[in-house]
Ligand binder design. Structure first.
Ligand code: TRP
Length: 367
């Protein structure tokens, strides 16, 4: 990264800005800890999650995070689900496909069980007050702090672009606005997003110290589901071309799973450290069936990779069948999907304007 800007050094009268030292680790909570905390606790938890609309969701998204969002929603959490369309343009041009991807993402959400009557599903670009919040937050973090963000660095490198866009550098602050505008307590994220959670907590704390205690510092909610690997043994990801798309047909799923890497030991055992590919197929199968992967390994035993893949194909297709049916029915309903985003944007706007009013007040800008 090549951008350098002088940051104020008169820290004595601006103790809130740019304290030296690294970014402190975001406070995290695991799902098991959360479940324990929520027992008998009637307080409503507010959760914000989001995805970039860059293509259809896959089994890794579903088993790693979507399923848990639906569980949180059904357990009574108040959910805000963000279609992060402005974040798409950090490393690519918004193509003509962005509307299809955004509406497709909404269809995926509804198909897996996000209920628009209970959860607010909305897009960045439709909530001006959210985006305005970015401005005061940007003043509370330095360029060097943003340049140190390991996730941004990795994404900038992966984008293959010669020059870093200003949005790539600053989008973690935009993500802070996503999280803070609706006062979410919890943000379910993968580990790659923890640096962004740190940015959120940092700007929230600095705002509170500098102006008035407007924001609560959200915690990251780390999924208990281990990450799912793709056909080549690397993390399942669209950019690796190794996914099982949620929308794949049963036959496509069978041929994708046939191509999954395994190993030469015919006896099937669950050993994630020594046999990652075989264990991954066991895990996928077990998660779809609601079974223990080690017990499943014992059942398959000497059946070998062929039996394991048959079991995986059947379990995935069985589990995804109703989701795929709902997804297919929704795909043609563009008007309905757009209406959900519009309604979500209205709700999100009410929240964002209320937060922005408090921010203006705290900053002495309520004229
Ligand atoms: N950065 C996230 C991703 O790439 C998407 C995202 C945008 C997000 N805003 C968010 C995630 C707010 C959690 C909270 O997947």
């Amino acid at each position: 990264m090549s951008i350098t800007v002088d940051v104020p050094t008169n820290a004595s009268d601006q103790p809130h800005v740019f304290p030296s030292g690294g970014v402190e680790p975001a406070a995290c909570v695991t799902e098991a800890e959360l479940a324990a905390q929520l027992v008998g606790d009637a307080r409503q938890v507010r959760v914000l999650t989001g995805d970039r609309p860059t293509g259809p969701l896959h089994l890794g998204h579903y088993l790693g995070s979507l399923r848990n969002r639906v569980r949180l929603q059904n357990a009574g959490a108040e959910m805000f689900v963000l279609v992060a369309d402005y974040q798409v343009i950090t490393d690519r041009d918004a193509s003509a496909g962005i509307a299809d991807f955004a509406l497709g993402l909404v269809a995926d959400y509804l198909a897996v069980g996000i209920d628009p009557a209970r959860s607010t599903v909305f897009a960045h670009s439709a909530v001006p007050a959210l985006n305005q919040l970015l401005l005061p937050l940007m003043s509370l973090i330095s360029v060097p702090e943003l340049e140190r963000n390991p996730t941004t660095k990795a994404e900038a490198a992966a984008s293959g672009r010669p020059a870093l866009s200003a949005l790539m550098l600053t989008y973690p602050v935009h993500q802070a606005a996503d999280i803070l505008f609706c006062r979410s307590d919890l943000v379910p994220v993968g580990r790659d997003q923890l640096p962004h959670l740190e940015v959120t907590r940092t700007v929230a704390r600095r705002f509170n110290t500098r102006y008035a205690p407007v924001f609560t510092e959200p915690r990251a909610l780390i999924s208990d589901a281990p990450s799912v690997l793709g056909s080549d043994g690397a993390k399942m990801s669209k950019s690796h071309g190794n996914t099982i798309p949620l929308q794949a047909t049963a036959d496509q799923t069978a041929s994708i799973i046939k191509g999954f890497k395994t190993d030469t030991d015919r006896h099937i055992t669950f050993d994630p450290a020594l046999r990652p590919e075989v264990s991954n197929l066991l895990l996928i199968t077990a998660l779809c069936r609601g079974q223990d992967p080690a017990a499943l390994a014992e059942q398959i035993g000497d059946g070998g990779a062929a039996a394991l893949k048959r079991a995986a194909t059947e379990a995935v297709n069985e589990h995804l069948r109703p989701i795929r049916e709902r997804r297919a029915a929704l795909a043609g309903e563009r008007g309905y999907l757009s209406a959900i985003l519009r309604r979500g944007a209205e709700r999100a706007t009410v929240e964002a304007e209320a937060t922005l009013a408090q921010v203006r007040e705290a900053m002495g800008m309520a004229y």
